[in-house]
Structure formats: C-alpha cells, structure tokens
Design a protein around this ligand. Structure first.
Ligand code: PLP
Length: 480
C-alpha cells in the first residue's frame, strides 16, 4: 500500500468508523455466534500474495462484526465502561503512524516528556498531592501502564523488594529470607487482580471482611496486622479500593492510610473505574486520604474517554520501582542517561507505545469541563435507571448508587436471578454482568457508552421489564 492508496483506504475506514458509531443502536449488543465460529470461515493460513484493500474492507462486516460484542453500544451495561472517543482514535492513528518505542528518553524524547506532562495534567485534575507530580521535582511522578492489574502488580513487586531489603538486612540470620513471611492485604471486595498480583509476586494475601457498607475499615486491617505479626509474618502491602467492581464501594483510605504509615506498609489505591469521577469537585472527597498512599491508580481507559490502553499510575517515590526493576544492558545506554526518567525502569515490558498522545488529544479537545460533563451525565443516567427500578415492586436495589453503577435483584432466589440474567443476555438486545454481594447473586447495570442518552436507558429498562414479565410471581419474589 503506498501513500495514495493509504489516503483512500483511511478515508473509507474513517467513514466506516463514523457510520459504525452513528448507527450502533441498529446492532444487537451481543453477537449470535458459538465458540470457534471463525474457524469455519477463515482460510487456514495467510495469503501467499497481498490482497486488495477492498477485499479486506469487505470482510470487516462479513467476518469481524458477527463476532463483536458492542462495548460502545448504549445498551451495553456489563462490567465497567471501556473508553472510546474520536480524539483518542485520532491520537491512536498518529501514534501508529509515528510508531516509536519509548523505552528510554533518547528512544524518543517526546514520548517520555509528553507522558510526564500528561500525568501531571491529570494528577492536577484529580488534585493529587504534589508529591505525586513530576512538577514538584521530588521523587514522585506518574507513568502510563497497560492495565490496573499491571499497576497493582508493579507496586506489589516494588513493595516486596523494599521489604526484602529491609528485613534481609536485619541482624538475625533467621530473617535472611523474608519472602515467605511477607503478607499483603485487601478487602474481600477487591478486584481479582490483587489476588493475581500476590500469586505472581509469590506472597501471601489476606482478604479482609469489609463493614456493612462494603468498606474496608482501619480497625479490621489493624487487627489482621497484629495477628500476623504475632505469627511472625511481615505485613508489607495493602491494596485499598475506591469503587469496587462488585458494587462501587469505597474503602476507608483515611483510616487505612494512617495504619499503613504507622506500620511502614506500602499503601496502593486502586480506583480503576471510580478514579475518573474524582475530576469533579463533588466526588473528589472520596480521594481524601490519598496523601497517605504510596501509589494511586485509575484507568482513563475506563471512564475518561481515552481509548485502551491507558492506566494511570502515580507513585510517590519512583525510585522504589526503578530500584526493583532496574536492569541496564549496554545496548540501552546513552549519554544523557540519569538526567531524566527512562520509563523502561517503571514497567515490566521494555517497549512502550506513544500512549500519552491519546491523553493530550482528549484533554485538549474536551477540556476539563467537557470531561466533567461526560462523567456527570453518566452518573445522572444511572440515577435515572435507579428511579425506574424503584417504580417496579418486582425489583430491589442492593447498594447505594454513587456513580454509574446500579446493583439490583429481581426479588427472589439466586437461581431466579441467574435465570433472569441469562434470559436478558440471551435476547442480545442489552448486556449485563452479575456479581456476588454478601454471598448473593446480584445484577449490575452500568452506564458504559459515551453515546448513552435517556432514551437508551428507557430502552434497557423496558427490556428488563419485558423479560421480568416472563418470570411469574410464584418464583419467589412475592415472599420478600
Ligand atoms: N480494579 C478494579 C476496581 C476494576 O474494576 C478492574 C476492572 O474492571 C480492574 C482493577 C482491572 O482493570 P484492568 O483491566 O485495567 O487490569
């Protein structure tokens, strides 16, 4: 493909992308395919000779779209949102075109420096303490990771390294290998990625019970730490959640932070979804206590209109990560090394894409006001859905609705709710995913798409009611 052909193909594809988004409501949100559907239709190997663009383009509708779950349909209400916006798509085009690999400053200085700048911009939108920002010229700063899971893992590995150094240097020979004594903590409501990070870090993890509001409290953590110290274990890491996946609950990071500081334990805050809302002054108070944290993470690629991947991780002392991960082969050395950050020391992979372009385009084209309006609209629409639920006695709302997530049940048994959720998803008009709250099977409704309007919420609500009509009263909810 030469540049002339590229221009034509790109224009055609841009038209296709716009039509896709403009007409996304015409497609069922879930595909009607079965596992291995593609195998039957795909040639078994790549073509010997290059094909014309038109035959690839035509296969998008034929082969790709039938297998798509349309995450940007306003009728997609599962999991949490994944962001998409035209400014971020444009930035991804440019990033692909520039195609640089920004592992060190010299490998593309702008790739490092724009990322530093964007992480500071976003940190300021969130009113993070200055210790987390590059502009304070201390040890802190932000780095884009691929995912919240990776951010937790990186911080846990850095905390592990810090703890090993600290406890290995103790005079007692018994303490020579503290790894098998290290213990991390989180709430039972924490995302599964915290448990996975502990598995990968080869450390113990204790999941602690939250209070009745599903918030992990300082007292519970303090008791667990005391118990574990008495058993000879070494508490070294706490992952607190702001906006849990199940119900968008908030751990009490003010209480937890005080304990972590007193006990010299790394506090990592996972606000993968909810973090975006903290750019609005009325939700910023959920972040109070972040000053006691060692690291804070939220995903602009979930709810801040920056297409995946873009997980923002701020660390108060970046040296703790680079010390844990530093390898320095000759082939990566350059003359100005050490004068500015090399992001390869702050992540697992060596290579990294020019992801900060997406933040730059999105932040400039929406502005803080535009981003705040977007967040507030989703929260308002979730509240509208909650009010619709409240008009129908067949449903009960499970947890307080704070942001864009509503947890609810059809009154009745877990079995009934499982069948109900399946029936909803089987129709493919809307898509929801379940969770477990206090051991009960619970339905989640999340406002996900940037296209969502009140009419879409009404459409989804109508779908919930229509399917509920197929579940007669005797199924149990009358007993509640
Ligand atoms: N933490 C929370 C609270 C989440 O809700 C999620 C995903 O939904 C994650 C972490 C994992 O996010 P990622 O896919 O970026 O690893």
């Amino acid at each position: 493909m030469d540049s002339k052909q590229f221009r034509e193909a790109a224009k055609q594809l841009v038209d296709y992308i716009c039509d896709y988004h403009d007409n996304i409501r015409d497609r069922d949100v879930l595909p009607a395919v079965q596992p291995y559907f593609l195998e039957k239709q795909m040639p078994g190997s790549a073509p010997e000779n290059g094909e014309p663009w038109t035959s690839v383009f035509n296969d998008i509708e034929k082969l790709i779209m039938p297998g798509m779950t349309h995450w940007h349909s306003p009728r997609f209400h599962a999991y949490f949102p994944t962001a998409s916006s035209y400014p971020a798509i444009l930035a991804d085009m440019l990033s692909g075109a520039l195609g640089c690999v920004g592992f060190s400053w010299i490998s593309s200085p702008i790739c490092t420096e724009l990322e530093m700048s964007m992480m500071d911009w976003l940190g300021k939108m969130l009113h993070l303490p200055s210790e987390f920002l590059f502009s304070s010229h201390g040890k802190g700063g932000g780095v884009i990771q691929e995912a919240a899971s990776e951010s937790t893992l990186i911080c846990m590995l850095a905390a592990r390294s810090r703890a090993i150094t600290k406890y290995s240097s103790s005079s007692s020979p018994k303490n020579k290998s503290p790894l098998n004594k290290l213990v991390a903590y989180c709430s039972t409501q924490a995302h599964s990625s915290v448990e996975k990070a502990a598995l990968l870090s080869a450390v113990k993890i204790r999941s602690l019970d939250p209070d009745t509001n599903l918030s992990l409290r300082g007292e519970t953590l303090e008791r667990a730490i005391k118990d574990d110290r008495e058993k000879g274990l070494i508490p070294f890491f706490v992952a607190a959640s702001l906006g849990t996946t199940n119900s968008c609950a908030f751990d009490n990071i003010i209480e937890i932070g005080q304990i972590c500081q007193k006990e010299d334990i790394w506090l990592h805050i996972d606000a993968a979804y909810a973090g975006s809302a903290f750019i609005c002054p009325e939700y910023r108070h959920y972040l109070n206590g972040v000053d006691k944290a060692d690291s804070f993470n939220m995903n602009p690629h979930k709810w801040l209109l920056v297409n995946s991947d873009c997980s923002a991780l701020w660390v108060k002392n970046l040296n703790l990560i680079s010390d844990a991960f530093n390898v320095d082969p000759v082939y990566l050395k350059y003359d100005k090394q050490g004068q500015i950050h090399d992001f390869r020391h702050l992540q697992i992979a060596l290579g990294r894409r020019f992801r900060s372009l997406k933040m730059w385009f999105v932040f400039r084209l929406y502005g803080l006001n535009g981003l705040q309006q977007f967040i507030r609209k989703h929260i308002r629409l979730a509240s509208e859905f909650k009010m619709m639920l409240q008009t129908d006695p067949r449903f009960q709302i499970e947890q307080p609705v704070v942001l864009g997530l509503v947890t609810f049940r059809l009154k009745g048994s877990d079995e009934l709710n499982k069948k109900y959720a399946k029936a909803i998803n089987d129709r493919r008009k809307i898509h929801i995913s379940p969770c477990s709250i206090n051991g009960r099977y619970t339905l989640r409704f999340v406002v996900c798409s940037r296209h969502t309007e009140l009419e879409d919420i009404k459409f989804s609500w109508n779908e919930f009611k229509t399917v509920a009509d197929q579940f007669p009263m005797e199924n149990g909810f009358a007993n509640h």
